[in-house]
Design a protein around this ligand. Sequence first.
Ligand code: FAD
Length: 392
Amino acid sequence: MAVATGTEAGEAFADYLARVRAFTQEVLRPHEAALETELCVPEAIVAEMRELGLFAITLPRDWGGLGWTMEEQVLLTMEFTQASAAYRARFSTTIGLCAQVVLDYGTEAQKQRYLPEMASGRITAAFALTEEEAGSDAGSLKTRAARAGNGYRIDGSKRYITNAPDADLFVVMARTGAPQDGHAGISVFLVERETPGVSVGAPEALMGQAGSRVAEIQFDDCRVPGDALLGGQEGNGLKIALRGINHARTHVAATAVGQAIRLIEEMVAYAKGREQFGQPIAEFQAVQTMIGESQAELSAARALTLDVARRFDAGPVPFTEIACAKLFATEMVCRVADRAVQVLGGMGYMTKHAVSRLYRDVRLLRIYEGTSQIHQLNIARRVLAEGGPIHG
Ligand SMILES: Cc1cc2nc3c(=O)[nH]c(=O)nc-3n(C[C@H](O)[C@H](O)[C@H](O)COP(=O)(O)OP(=O)(O)OC[C@H]3O[C@@H](n4cnc5c(N)ncnc54)[C@H](O)[C@@H]3O)c2cc1C
C-alpha cells in the first residue's frame, strides 16, 4: 500500500495531510456531483482511497494502520469532508465503529484475521446495531444469538446499516441472554458476508449523501462458529458498541466542521460574484451577518472538536465531552447550511448547486451516532450528577 510504505518510512503528518488535501480537491470534489446519479462511490475512487491509506488512518502501525492520533484523525477528517460526506461514509464504518471494537475487544486471532484487512481496505465492515424497534433505545434489540453446537445461530434483522451492500464483514450486536438481562445480555459477533443465512436488502433511497449505500440485513438461521463471538466472551455488547460509537462520534463532529468549511467557502464565492442593486451581495450587511455568524460558529466547533480529540488521546474516553462536540458541531453545520442556501437565494435551491446538496447531506449528522436529543439527555444527566457544569 503506497501511503503506508511512505509513513512507515516516517512521513510527517503535515505531508500526509497535504496529500489528503490534494486528493480531496483534485479527485473527490470534481466527481461529487456525479454521485447523485451513480448512487455509489465508484470502485476506481475507492481504490484510490485504499492507496492513499484512508482505511488505515485509525489503526496502529502494528496492525497495518498509519498510527495517527485522534487529533490527527480529526484534522484529516476536517480535510476530506470538504468534499461530499458520502465519500467518508464509504470507509467510516470500517475505520471507526468496526475496527475500534475489534482492536479493543477482539481476541488475538480475530485481530490477526481482520485488522490488517480493514487497514488495507480489502475488507469493508458494517456496524449492525439498529433494528426496527431498537433505535435510540439500542438496548432493547431483539436479534437473537442462541448457542448451537460449538457456535451460535443468529436470527433477526437490522436496518439503516451503512455500507451493508458493500460489506464483507458485519459487526453484529445480538442478544445471547434473556430479554430481562437488558444490556448485560447483548453480545457482539463478527459475521462474514458469505455466511449462509445472511441477506442484504436493496440500498435505501436517501434524502442526502447520495452515493452512501444503506440497507437492511436479515439473519435467518445464520450459523456462526464459536470464534465469531468478539473477544470470546458473552455480554457487555453495548459497552463494546459504545467504544466504536464514541470514536465515530468524534469523527462525526469533525465531519460537521469539514462540511461547514466547505459551505462557508461556497457562500463567500457566491456572495462576491453575485451582483444586485449594482454591487456584490457580499457588500450588504445582512449577507455579512450570515457569513460572520457562520464563521464564529465554525471556529467554536473546530476548537471544541480538537479539544475533545486531545482528551481522547490523553485518555480515558471523554464520553460527555464527545457528546458536547457531536451535538454542537452537527447542530452548527445545519444552521450554516441553512444560511448558505439563504445567501445563494434561488441558486441555493437548485439541485445542480453544491450548496443544496450539502444542505441535504448534513441533516443526517444530527440523527445517527446518537440523535441530538439523546446527547442533550446524556449531557444533562452527567451535569446533574456532578451538581454543576463540567469545565476544565
Ligand atoms: C442514513 C443512516 C445511516 C445509518 N447507519 C447506521 C449504521 O451503520 N449502523 C447502525 O446500527 N445504525 C445506523 N443508523 C441508525 C441510526 O443510528 C438511528 O437512526 C438513530 O440512532 C435513531 O434511531 P431511530 O431512527 O430509530 O429513531 P428513534 O430512536 O425512533 O427516535 C425518533 C425521535 O425520538 C427522539 N427520542 C428517542 N428517544 C428519546 C429520548 N429518550 N428522549 C428524547 N427524545 C428521544 C429522537 O431524538 C428522535 O427525534 C443509520 C441511520 C441513518 C438514517
